[in-house]
Design a protein around this ligand. Structure first.
Ligand code: FES
Length: 171
């Protein structure tokens, strides 16, 4: 039997060692990537968590019949004014002034929201009548289900001015 020279044996061994080293590196990289992916998925809020967060932010603020058409009702707990339109629509306005964040007060006589800090005034739809407020009062999406009026306190929406799409109607 013919013997292989020692140099060739050494070369084959070192090639095998290099191959194994590379294979281990690739396996390590795959394992590390999977670990990062799993950790990310574990820490990221899932769809269910997002849904429950939204559900947690939906606050019932009363029954439809609690808000008379044309009325403005404060809800100090949720920091909103529920403005019921004469045609029955609901508009939930933030009571936080869009200037520097003081609480605006509804003046029934003037039919205006007035800020006690720097005298900004807003009409009953939240539009600016008197500066320095730079934009209309923010509003919250309203949902009406089973005769209950709910607002999504997790979604305070900024706006330049009133638009009829901001009003919700009971179906
Ligand atoms: S905070 Fe309301 S006008 Fe300045």
């Amino acid at each position: 039997m013919k013997k292989t020279p020692p140099d060739i044996n050494l070369n084959k061994k070192s090639e095998r060692r290099e191959f194994l080293k590379t294979a281990w590196k690739i396996l390590g990289l795959v394992a590390a990537t999977e670990l990062v992916f799993l950790t990310f998925n574990l820490l990221r809020p899932g769809k269910d968590q997002k849904k429950s967060k939204t559900a947690a932010n939906l606050k019932i603020i009363g029954n439809v019949e609690d808000f008379l058409p044309g009325s403005v009702t404060p809800d100090r707990v949720n920091k909103v004014y529920m403005v019921r339109q004469k045609d029955g629509g609901f508009l939930a306005l933030s009571l936080i002034c869009s200037h520097l964040g003081c609480s605006v007060l509804w003046n029934e006589e003037k039919k205006q929201f007035i800020c006690p800090c720097h005298s900004s005034a807003f009409d009953r739809l939240g539009n600016v009548i008197n500066s320095p407020a730079p934009r209309a009062l923010d509003y919250y999406p309203v949902t009406i289900e089973g005769g209950k009026v709910k607002i999504d306190t997790g979604q305070k929406i900024k706006r330049k001015k009133f638009d009829k799409n901001q009003v919700t109607y009971a179906i």
